[in-house]
Design a protein around this ligand. Structure first.
Ligand code: CTP
Ligand code: CA
Length: 226
């Protein structure tokens, strides 16, 4: 009975998940990215599908196989991801921002392969748009879940991001812990809301972290709408 009820926990809800790392082009053959594998976000997309949601995955760089039964938009840069998210934002019930978005991108767009010259070179970078913060400031009825990968002072930074980006929940992981963070099949996370720690999930498969996170979100979304 628990299982069948769980299968309908997000029935009919429109869920948008961003996953993977963004790719910021330097020139036609070089780019800046990060270690995000996309596993956590894709596990969330799959778990949401299994709870009856209509799922739209906006995926940056990832090698993970995309599950069946979800809509996918592939993107490269932070700007592309922002535009893809904005196209679906109005109709979104739950947005999960699991992607690792580059904070900076090369300032200049270079259409030809850069040639080497001196013994040093400087690459100028400019800030990307903060997608989550922008969504947080536009939020109406959407339930917003942010992520934070930290190496130190996890709680302090997580709570700060939750407030700054106006998230309903923020999932923080200490990427220095064994079996947590980039590329692993497991994760250890702290889930915060505006009142503090909601739940700590230690060293669980990413599928299970995804499932438990979505059950918390589904409960809270049901409270608001009832
Ligand atoms: N994020 C985003 N757009 C950006 C940067 C981050 O939407 N340009 C989102 C991430 O997808 C994540 C959350 O913001 O859900 C936190 O990302 P994180 O890198 O931990 O936080 P930053 O605000 O970028 O701060 P810093 O990297 O300095 O810790
Ligand atoms: Ca960042």
């Amino acid at each position: 009975e628990q299982i069948s009820a769980e299968k309908a926990r997000l029935q009919g809800k429109k869920v948008v998940v961003t996953a993977g790392g963004t790719v910021e082009r330097i020139d036609p053959v070089r780019y800046i990215t990060n270690d995000s594998s996309g596993k956590m976000g894709i596990a969330i997309a799959k778990a949401a599908r299994d709870m009856g949601a209509h799922v739209h995955l906006i995926a940056g760089n990832t090698q993970v196989e995309i599950p069946e039964g979800i809509t996918v938009t592939k993107v490269q840069s932070a700007q592309d991801m922002y535009e893809a998210v904005m196209e679906v934002w109005e109709q979104t019930d739950l947005l999960v921002k699991a992607a690792a978005v580059a904070d900076y991108r090369p300032k200049n767009k270079v259409d030809q392969k850069m040639k080497k010259s001196g013994s040093e070179m400087t690459l100028e970078l400019v800030k990307t748009i903060d997608i989550l913060e922008t969504l947080g400031s536009k939020k109406k009825n959407q339930f917003l879940i942010g992520f934070a990968a930290e190496t130190n002072d996890v709680e302090k930074y997580a709570i700060d991001k939750l407030h700054r980006k106006n998230c309903d929940l923020l999932v923080a992981n200490d990427v220095t812990q064994d079996g947590a963070g980039f590329g692993t099949d497991t994760n250890s996370v702290f889930i915060f809301d505006k009142n503090g720690l909601v739940e700590q999930l230690s060293l669980l498969p990413k599928e299970e972290v995804a499932r438990r996170l979505l059950l918390i979100a589904a409960d809270r979304m049901a409270e608001v709408s009832s």
